[in-house]
Design a protein around this ligand. Structure first.
Ligand code: MRU
Length: 358
């Protein structure tokens, strides 16, 4: 039995999207209802909901919200479909790096294009798909957790970066799914969480959700990982992913690449945990992954207060790409993929095509 995490960051409830506002955790634990397509676009962009699988679910729900709005416009079925396809394309641009968002919007676009139903029937099909994507994600996370737990050493200290937990998915988590399943088997496992500048997902979200589930967690700043690895205090790294290229190069939260280099130097296995929907087989390598550039204020300000000269230049990429040679394995719902990744990824898609949502 997998460890039961009760956190559900985003759900479809009575025709609206109910999501935990992740910008205010840990100060408040509050749900907000998102009722329009544009509000969903903004919620994704402003990271009220964040994490690759969670914004995929949000994107799918956002298309349903747009469909509900368009229903009131007395359009013909053809016009309705045409306008909704444009809205789905727009929703997919709310953030650029995590491919789950584009993947989920594409799932909805396929329904819009291929459905033979009238407008009400089509909206029902889109709603069912959004709910299916959410539920399916939780099941896949539990499988990722179980597969990953097999490679967690007894009593391990696992370093993680950012938040790839229940909060970043339908529930349970990818990297933190591995932690949950490992802890369920061996309660001497513990986590070191990087704070994750500049948005502090590690400090604000990872420590919050692990503490909520009673899993031991120690907070460290981003610059400390090499120090603790050199002391032999880290047995394994496990992080999530926003997009994995066909050759295994992996985009994840800025700072992940630094952790991977340090892990290689100190002989600490560095694992990625992600569902197959995070793998973008249409791109050959990480060079093709678009990296989001976020507001400079995220770097210059903390809690609304400036922390540097107001004349300073700032660059703020939200993600970096870890080259495949630094990755010990990609833990997926269908097993752990190993190098050479071109081959293992291709095979995983060939064998499991039928199990993918479509
Ligand atoms: O900017 P964020 O908070 O959306 O970035 C999230 C990450 O980088 C996660 O590690 C990744 O999306 C995997 S979530 C299971």
């Amino acid at each position: 039995m997998a460890f039961d995490s009760k956190i559900r960051p985003i759900q479809w409830v009575d025709g609206v999207s109910r999501m935990l506002d992740q910008t205010i955790i840990p100060y408040e634990y509050k749900y907000v209802d998102i009722t329009t397509g544009q509000d969903m676009f903004d919620a994704i962009k402003n990271m009220i909901v964040r994490g690759a699988p969670a914004i995929g679910i949000a994107g799918a729900q956002g298309v349903v919200l747009y469909a509900q709005e368009l229903r009131n416009k007395n359009l013909s079925l053809k016009e309705f479909k045409q306008q909704l396809l444009e809205k789905a394309d727009y929703m997919a641009t709310s953030r650029p790096t995590a491919v789950n968002l584009m993947w989920a919007c594409k799932q909805q676009k396929d329904i819009i294009t291929n459905s033979g139903s009238d407008i009400d029937g089509l909206i029902k099909e889109l709603t069912d798909k959004a709910v299916e994507i959410e539920k399916d994600d939780i099941e896949r996370c539990i499988k990722i957790g179980e597969n990953g737990a097999d490679v967690v050493p007894k009593g391990a200290t696992i370093l993680t970066h950012c938040n790839a937990g229940a909060l970043a998915t339908g529930g349970y988590g990818t990297a933190l799914g591995v932690v949950r399943s490992a802890y369920d088997r061996d309660n001497t496992v513990q986590v070191f969480a990087d704070e994750t500048r500049p948005r502090q997902q590690g400090a604000r979200l990872t420590t919050f959700e692990l503490a909520m589930d009673g899993i031991p967690v120690t907070l460290i700043t981003d610059g400390m990982c090499s120090y603790f690895m050199s002391k032999g205090m880290i047995d394994m790294v496990c992080v999530g992913a926003d997009r994995i290229a066909a050759n295994g190069d992996t985009a994840n939260k800025i700072g992940t690449y630094t952790v991977a280099i340090s892990a290689k130097y100190h002989n600490v296995p560095f694992y990625i945990a992600a569902p197959l929907s995070t793998i973008d087989t249409s791109i050959k390598s990480g060079k093709e992954i678009p990296i989001e550039e976020r507001s400079h204020e995220e770097v210059t300000h903390i809690n609304g207060k400036i922390i540097c000269s107001d004349k300073v230049k700032v660059i703020n990429p939200g993600f970096d790409v870890t080259p495949n040679e630094l990755i010990a394995g990609i833990i997926t719902e269908v097993g752990i993929l190993r190098a050479p990744y071109e081959k293992s990824i291709k095979e995983a898609f060939e064998i499991h095509q039928k199990d993918l949502l479509q």
